[in-house]
Design a protein around this ligand. Structure first.
Ligand code: SAM
Length: 212
């Protein structure tokens, strides 16, 4: 137990030194039991700052990536946030821990089922849907923030349409080997874009993503 606390503390310190200065994000990462979102065999690596494999050839993102994307979104309690790519459910738990009203879409049934049962067992309040998230989640739109946790060829138009004016969308954009993290702010005048270099995600597959 003490060992776990020490590992969490080291991870949070390392995230701080890499530029994560939002105390609420660091606290959420410290508080959430990442070891529960991965297989038993990998639990000893839970607080390493690395992406790890989950079922169905997908990944739980690197803690730095989760923290960076979350910090970029400037999450406030009560924000309505759409996540595309539920995966293990970890990013959704971080957003909910920050007080957001979270909607998350996953295209792989097994991962959707796993996340549904784990998030409810850990008492995170997250709305989950099994679908192609490149189309968003229209019934609950618009969203204050949107986060896409798989690499896309471009920003899906459906997601831009489901974002409020003044809202932010963060998405990795590039080819299937490497992406840049794009932060889009939707304004009355159009959209503003800011890029951050070198991230690697599994592909966003769907109607407005990669075809396979
Ligand atoms: N956010 C996740 C977490 O915290 O564990 C990590 C996500 S993993 C890097 C990317 C996820 O996006 C995978 O689970 C993959 O199945 C999912 N995905 C890919 N294309 C998708 C789509 N069109 N709609 C919904 N989910 C998709």
């Amino acid at each position: 137990m003490l060992l776990l606390e020490e590992e969490k503390r080291k991870l949070v310190e390392s995230l701080w030194s890499k530029g994560i200065k939002d105390e609420n994000v660091l606290k959420a990462i410290y508080d959430i039991p990442r070891e529960k979102f991965i297989s038993n065999a990998l639990r000893k690596f839970a607080y390493d700052d690395n992406a790890l494999p989950i079922e169905c050839a997908q990944t739980i993102s690197q803690p730095f990536t989760v923290a960076f994307m979350t910090q970029t979104l400037e999450v406030k309690p009560g924000d309505k946030i759409l996540e595309i790519g539920t995966g293990s459910g970890y990013q959704a738990a971080v957003l909910n821990r920050l007080g957001a009203d979270v909607y998350s879409v996953e295209r792989i049934e097994k991962l959707y089922e796993n996340a549904l049962s784990l998030l409810s067992e850990l008492d995170y309040k997250v709305n989950l849907k099994l679908d192609d998230g490149t189309l968003g989640w229209e019934e609950n739109a618009p969203y204050d923030k949107i986060i896409v946790t798989a690499g896309a060829p471009d920003v899906p138009q459906h997601l831009l349409e489901q974002l409020i004016t003044g809202g932010k969308l963060v998405i990795p954009v590039g080819d299937q080997d490497m992406q840049r993290l794009l932060v889009v702010t939707k304004t009355d005048a159009g959209i503003e874009k800011k890029y951050y270099d070198k991230f690697k995600f599994v592909p966003l597959i769907g109607e407005e993503g990669w075809k396979s």
